[in-house]
Design a binder for this molecule. Structure first.
Ligand code: SF4
Ligand code: SF4
Length: 505
């Protein structure tokens, strides 16, 4: 037997009944009998002479922990292992296949936490015109045709896109034409992000005919939704939003819900998730953590401990209800399926944003300041060679020395680049909220998985070490079906997830 050491990626969590080792690089979790604790603490010396002196339990432990990458040869260079994974798994150049198209920066609502309207800082909202739209679609098509991804995605975005309905319809028709001509280089997924209030029967029929998927903003039942999502006169928008959502469904549209996890939702999250699952009957929801508004006086904030606690609570309710929660499943699935989330947001090399005046950027958060906006759709530039695109494309927590020591390394994807920039004026900084929720989830998942395994086996009698299988981990999903075919699952939810298997074998 070669000399062994504990992998640098192993994080230890103890309680009275067991020791847990979690490997943040291959996402495996081992539950270990407490009697082995002191043996494993001294384990920096194991060689063939010592092997003969081991008890059966110790021998089994060594075997199991070695084959699953918790123990590695003493001379293993694990940083080189990460570099190798990055060389194999990261796109070398941006692979642009997603467009976020601002049809307008105007909105008929005045939501208290709106990233876009607040970041305009009083600048008059604009509307996209048909001429700029045509150029924007051509500009995107040129890049998307060069992407290796079969599926291309266009988000129609705002402000409220339905305050510019003619241009929206024009955009949808033209995008479908480009798809049919083969100009986009693949099949097209069209998404409309809307507050729902301006959906008419004619609009809903048009959207259904053109296979447009709707993401409708709803923050739960009326009392909660109306705390933040209001008209300019302060009156609530719930009735108009839910009417639009239901109308779209009646007319045959695929429509899902986006909910902002603000101070109105967090304390009531069980009620919100139950309402959306049972009353609204949406197939999935997004539960968006708040983005940080650039102007401090405009910010809406929640204590981070409350976010972590209530976000976990949201998942507990969702799995009972069988509801897929997009922003949470991004953290759960990598742990369960043992696939690393290399990046968290398609703005990191896969997507462009086009403003109503044709300006091209990386992230909608900067729509007001125009930070990280590069030229215009009228230019002929290859964004895959642009230094900012290349820098965002390379952003992953796996490149950071600090992140390599973090328990959530493989599930956080590095969080939101915009939030990191607003907090630390550095796109390579961390997103504090996603860091805290990702770490909170890992700790809770390890505990909860042990509870589930113990329940099933009446006390979970550990022989020495039990490394949880993917099949066992899937119990964490509760009633959430494992093989969902949901809109946006491939484009956004599973974005930059790569199987971790085999890295230590
Ligand atoms: S970086 Fe953040 S704000 Fe920008 S698109 Fe991504 S998640 Fe949104
Ligand atoms: S970004 Fe935060 S959560 Fe993610 S690995 Fe780095 S420190 Fe951990």
């Amino acid at each position: 037997m070669t000399l062994l050491k504990k992998s640098k990626f192993v994080h230890e969590l103890r309680n009275d009944n067991r020791l847990a080792w979690f490997n943040s690089f291959n996402l495996k979790v081992a539950y270990i009998r407490p009697e082995l604790t002191s043996f494993l603490e001294q384990l920096t010396w194991l060689d063939s002479n010592h092997e003969q002196q081991l008890s059966e339990m110790e021998r089994q432990a060594i075997h199991s922990l070695t084959s699953d990458g918790f123990l590695v040869p003493i001379n293993a260079n694990e940083d080189e292992l990460v570099e190798e994974m990055l060389r194999e798994s990261m796109d070398k150049t941006p692979d642009i296949h997603i467009l976020k198209l601002f049809l307008t920066t105007r909105c008929n609502f005045n939501c208290k936490y709106c990233l876009i309207i607040k970041n305009l800082k009083g600048i008059q909202g604009e509307r996209l015109d048909v001429e700029t739209l045509e150029k924007a679609l051509d500009f995107f098509a040129w890049h998307s045709a060069k992407s290796s991804r079969k599926r291309k995605t266009i988000f129609l975005y705002g402000g409220e896109p339905l305050t510019n309905p003619e241009v929206m319809m024009w955009a949808i028709r033209r995008a479908r034409e480009l798809e049919a001509e083969g100009t986009l280089g693949g099949e097209l997924e069209l998404i409309l992000e809307t507050n729902g209030s301006l959906i008419t029967p004619e609009v809903a029929e048009f959207l259904a005919r053109n296979r447009v998927i709707l993401i409708v903003s709803l923050d739960g039942p009326e009392r909660i939704h109306n705390c933040m999502r209001t008209y300019s006169d302060g009156s609530g928008t719930f009735c108009d939003a839910i009417r639009g959502y239901r109308l779209a469904r009646e007319k045959g549209c695929v429509a899902v819900v986006s909910t902002v996890f603000g101070p109105h939702v967090a304390p009531n999250v069980s009620e919100v998730v139950t309402f959306l699952a049972r009353e609204v009957q949406t197939p999935s929801i997004g539960l968006d953590l708040l983005h940080i508004i650039e102007t401090p006086e405009e910010r809406v904030e929640i204590p981070i401990e409350l976010v972590v606690e209530r976000y976990i609570e949201a998942f507990k309710v969702a799995r009972k209800e069988g509801l897929y929660v997009e922003h949470i499943m991004r953290r759960i699935r990598p742990f369960v399926e043992e696939s690393r989330r290399l990046k968290d947001c398609p703005a990191c090399g896969s997507r462009i944003v086009v403003a109503p005046d044709g300006a091209v950027g990386l992230c909608e958060g900067f729509i007001g300041s125009r930070q990280y906006f590069i030229g215009n759709v009228t230019d002929t530039q290859d964004l895959r060679k642009n230094s900012w695109f290349l820098e965002w494309n390379n952003r992953t927590p796996f490149r950071s020395k600090t992140c390599r020591e973090c328990i959530a390394l493989s599930i956080c994807g590095g969080g939101c680049v915009y939030n990191a920039y607003v907090q630390y004026t550095d796109i390579h900084g961390v997103d504090d909220t996603i860091c805290a929720t990702s770490r909170g989830f890992i700790n809770w998942l390890i505990e909860d998985l042990y509870r589930l395994l113990s329940e099933r086996t009446q006390g979970f009698p550990l022989m020495s070490v039990h490394v949880a299988s993917v099949q066992e981990k899937r119990n964490l999903y509760g009633r959430i079906p494992p093989n969902l075919d949901l809109p946006l699952l491939q484009t956004v939810s599973k974005y930059a997830e790569r199987p971790a298997g085999g890295c230590h074998e």
